[in-house]
Design a binder for this molecule. Structure first.
Ligand code: ZN
Length: 250
């Protein structure tokens, strides 16, 4: 109730005060007015059932086909692209097209190399380089990245997390791992993994740009439509926390 109302009006605090806070001092009231709202604004998940389809490791030869299917079903998705692939000129048109058709493109590092990114501490420089490449191709200014192999254990280092916060980069892991890379010869397993994992109102599904996902993508889309989900696309202006480190700064 509180959060629902809070989305639409700035006077909701009054309602909360009247119903739950009777014997507090004015000072405490003022604090309660400010802090919960501020926090919630910074991290509010969308209302209702929303699924974010996400595709990692592109751009690739398959990007255009992913875009065709998404277009056919009139839904938007979120891509996390890798620097070395963004530097491949033959993929540039697909990258531009993705942006033009309303999809979000975030960064997925230059090297995808666990040792370089996490052990050698190159996470932030590589992500900045990747985000700059996306900007150069699309004109967008993305802030969101997905850590290769996930933020746990990769970003266990506090120093790395501080660097991310200082660079104002946002980090998204996922809520469902489709394990698509394991199911090359058995794409139906991808659908099963996703169905079994779908238990929350807001889901972020990890997939990759590969042929097995392409084969079952229409089925995945149908599943979520039948379940009453809307298809969300990441928006820098409405960021919410989705990292395994549960670091509220990104
Ligand atoms: Zn990856």
């Amino acid at each position: 109730m509180f959060y629902l109302k809070e989305k639409f009006t700035t006077t909701t605090v009054k309602v909360v005060e009247e119903s739950t806070k009777q014997n507090t001092t004015q000072k405490q009231n003022d604090l309660s007015k400010q802090h919960p709202i501020k926090k919630e604004r910074a991290a509010s998940k969308p209302l209702g059932k929303v699924v974010y389809l996400t595709f990692d490791d592109g751009p690739s030869q398959l990007t255009g086909q992913f875009l065709d299917i998404l277009k056919e079903h009139d839904i938007k998705a979120t891509f996390f692209m890798q620097g070395v692939n963004l530097q491949n000129k033959s993929f540039e048109e697909s990258v531009k097209r993705a942006t033009q058709e309303g999809h979000y493109i975030g960064g997925h590092s230059m090297s995808h190399d666990s040792k370089r990114l996490y052990t050698d501490g190159q996470f932030v420089p590589e992500m900045i380089e990747t985000l700059n490449l996306i900007h150069d191709i699309t004109g967008t200014n993305p802030k969101l990245v997905r850590p290769p192999y996930g933020s746990v254990p990769g970003l266990n280092s506090k120093q790395l997390r501080n660097e991310i916060a200082e660079a104002d980069i946002k980090v998204w892991d996922w809520t469902i791992d489709s394990l698509d890379w394991q199911s090359k010869g058995n794409p139906n397993q991808i659908v099963e993994n996703i169905k079994n994992g779908t238990v929350r109102d807001v889901e972020v599904v990890l997939m990759h740009e590969n042929t097995q996902v392409l084969q079952v993508l229409p089925e995945i889309i149908s599943f979520y439509k039948e379940k009453g989900y809307h298809f969300g696309v990441y928006d820098d202006r409405n960021h919410f926390i989705q990292n395994f480190q549960n670091d509220k700064r990104f």
